[in-house]
Design a protein around this ligand. Sequence first.
Ligand code: 4NP
Length: 157
Amino acid sequence: MKILMVCLGNICRSPLAEGILRSKLPDSFLVDSVGTISMHEGETPDKRAVKTAANHGIDISKQKSRPLHVSDFDKFDRIYCMDLKNLEDVISLTKNEEQRQKVHLFLEEAGNHQNSEVPDPYWGDMKDFEDVFQLLDSACNKISHQLQQHAITNKIG
Ligand code: 4NP
């Protein structure tokens, strides 16, 4: 199965979500991330995101930002958006119902009833990055179980 994480710049939230989810899934799953804007294309994640992930034993330092491409709707099985604006922007690019069905609000899919959006830590400090890490880590625990269950039920990798 192929999973895509989406945020605005693809340098803070979705690279963290990518690294965390990958660390919880077997190699048969492909996990990637993109931004809805191309402003940071080619850049490695924000230093604070890299440091926060490293504090938890996850290396995201080699990931590179790239914008969402329409071909991603066919390539990926699940597309998880970090906030409602990302969701709106991604859905606006879908061409049909099959593509729309792949797009979800990440925390909603993870059954988080307190928060539906992952707050953007870009303008914040290290504490904001750590809070985002914790929010993503707990959601990734739920999502990784769901995905592995789905893969077993449907006999897919
Ligand atoms: P991200 O955070 O969407 O979590 O990667 C941001 C990155 C860059 C900007 C805003 C948010 N920016 O305005 O450049």
